[in-house]
Design a binder for this molecule. Sequence first.
Ligand code: PRP
Ligand code: URA
Length: 227
Amino acid sequence: MADSAGSPVAGDLEWLPSTVHVSHHPAILHKLALLRDQRTDPKKFRELVREISWLVGYEALADARLRQVPVVTPMEQTVGAELADRIGLVPILRAGLGMLDAMLELMPTAQVWHLGLFRDERTLRPVEYYNKLPDSATVDLCLILDPMLATGGSATAAIEVLKRWGAVRIKLVNLIAAPEGVRAVTEAHPDVEIHCAAVDRQLNERGYILPGLGDAGDRQFGTGQGD
Ligand code: PRP
Ligand code: URA
């Protein structure tokens, strides 16, 4: 059974395709409850986004390719490893920005390609407003960073942009996903793996995730009070 606070117990998420990875780590679940809490202020919220991103991102990078390199320790020569994949981090503006620092700590040599997408509140369709990708792909593995996967419209649009760019290996790194968004992305792009901290119950009539955490951009940046 999964409780509404998003601590899934094995069994509930059996319908998920094998390309969807939901972390059950206690450290993530503890931080996730704080992130959801409406009393959490923007400063603490940003810290939690960063901390959970680090933990989920660590898992998402587990199959990055390596090559062997010689290393001389003070004791002797040995063989070490260095990253062979060129990693591209693609934060979706705005809310994905909060995940970027953690991912750059994990992968300091990664390229960062920002994509600006916002969801039209009426149609719930994504609107692209920023894209400075060069003509052809410059990375081997792209990680799309966005805390929320709701209808899946924004993620699908981002994946399509990256595929047109020439990206071959793409992963989606989210904090909270809705079943609707997971289905939309996995049906349209079964090759794209999804890493997240929770798959929640459902969307409401305005396309917000339940129980969710509200608007991830507004909660990070202290905006939205005028809505
Ligand atoms: C949020 C979120 C995703 C999108 C998810 O962004 O960060 O990008 O909604 O919804 P979807 O799966 O239904 O497309 P939003 O459009 O609110 O923009 P913001 O980050 O600028 O607040
Ligand atoms: N975007 C958000 O920030 N939150 C949701 O619940 C859905 C989309």
